[in-house]
Design a protein around this ligand. Structure first.
Ligand SMILES: Cc1ncc(COP(=O)(O)O)c(C=O)c1O
Length: 363
């Protein structure tokens, strides 16, 4: 089965085999070495941030990392402006609401870009805002948000940027000083091709060192995690096998040429899909220039229901992804993360031809 959903991803044989290594207790020195190696590899993905930023590892899904970032790096009384144009942006506001943290939400329609002027005006009008929180790749629609422009606003206004980079970390570019980036939250099982269960926050070392007592959660407090992980330890049991898998995935990532090579690979597969599927009656939801490299949302062709397309592709060995919320009846999504070969893409496109334009496929 080839997974074309935006995480978890199809594993490479090496990553799958890493799950079968010898059992290891998380209080043994080999585990500390493993953690230190993973942290160092994560911190080197973006060389620009290698010195000033540290990776803090958590056992949990991407949501855990986002929630830990928002609630342990931001002081309890500081105000966060959440900017949302999809489900994951809106979820960040819900987190702050649940934690009773001061925040405001600028909510754009899901198909719209970030409302930059409104954001700038909101920051000008409320000097109490200390942080802006946003999603880099809004997986709801596949939009790569214009973080260059948002980050420029944050830097100009002296406001820290907190980024949900769960579905983009390891492929899309991050700019650290230019964006006044405080932290980016991400997970092992998306662009890094590890398994679900390990997440992390890459955050400024000075912010991590100074955030004791910010968190109201024990488990999601990044401060003790950062303190202990400097020597490789963790206060709680980590997903040991998930760590083995992530280490192997990061070795493959480095051997494959790193972030830019991965982004290029995703973009090459996406380009084939974006070229062929509109011709089969499934136009791209967004303009191509607005799309992230690793995910495309297509409108369902007239008369084709999502369930029929999903089930037909599943019978042929591919799992695609439905739209969420109000987009569910209208779209389907195809992600290009994971160990996907050109031959897989050939077979996928053949299967799409059969299911979307059967008369053309048999002609
Ligand atoms: C942008 C973004 N943020 C957060 C999440 C939540 O991640 P998880 O389901 O691993 O908790 C996702 C999941 O797809 C995502 O795409």
């Amino acid at each position: 089965m080839i997974l074309l959903n935006p995480g978890p991803v199809t594993l490479s044989p090496r990553v799958r085999e890493a799950l079968l290594r010898d059992d290891l207790c998380h209080r043994e020195p080999e585990f500390a070495e493993l953690s230190l190696d993973i942290r160092a590899r994560l911190e080197r993905i973006y060389l620009e941030g290698a010195d000033a930023y540290a990776a803090v590892l958590l056992t949990g899904s991407g949501t855990a990392a986002v929630e830990a970032m928002l609630t342990s790096l931001v002081p309890p009384t500081a105000k966060t402006l959440v900017v949302a144009n999809g489900i994951y942006g809106e979820r960040m506001a819900t987190m702050l609401l649940r934690h009773r943290r001061p925040h405001t939400l600028i909510q754009a329609p899901w198909l719209d870009p970030l409302p930059l002027q409104r954001i700038d005006e909101a920051l000008a009008a409320d000097p109490g805002v200390a942080f802006v929180a946003c999603v880099q790749h809004e997986t709801t629609t596949g939009r790569l948000n214009t973080i260059d422009a948002l980050g420029e606003i944050c830097r100009r206004r002296g406001v820290g940027l907190l980024l949900d980079a769960v579905s983009s970390f390891g492929a899309e570019a991050l700019r650290f000083a230019e964006w006044n980036l405080i932290a980016a939250a991400a997970a092992a099982n998306k662009c890094l091709h590890g398994v679900p269960g390990t997440a992390f926050v890459l955050a400024r070392r000075d912010t991590l060192g100074a955030c004791a007592d910010h968190a109201n959660s024990l488990y999601l407090d990044l401060h003790p995690l950062f303190r202990e992980q400097r020597a490789g330890w963790s206060p709680f049991t980590q997903s040991v096998q998930g760590f083995f898998a992530l280490q192997e995935a990061l070795r493959e990532f480095d051997e494959g040429g790193g972030r830019v090579a991965r982004q290029d690979r995703y973009a090459a597969i996406s380009a084939r899909l974006r070229r062929d599927l509109p011709g089969l009656g499934a136009p791209l939801l967004l303009a191509e220039g607005d799309c992230a490299s690793m995910l495309s949302a297509f409108r369902l062709p007239l008369g084709v229901g999502y369930a029929a397309l999903h089930d037909g592709l599943k019978q042929r060995g591919f799992t695609i992804y439905a739209g969420q919320g109000r987009l569910a009846p209208e779209i389907f999504r195809i992600a290009t993360m994971g160990a996907i070969t050109d031959a897989d893409v050939d077979r996928l496109l053949d299967a799409c031809r059969m299911l979307l334009a059967p008369s053309e496929a048999s002609a």
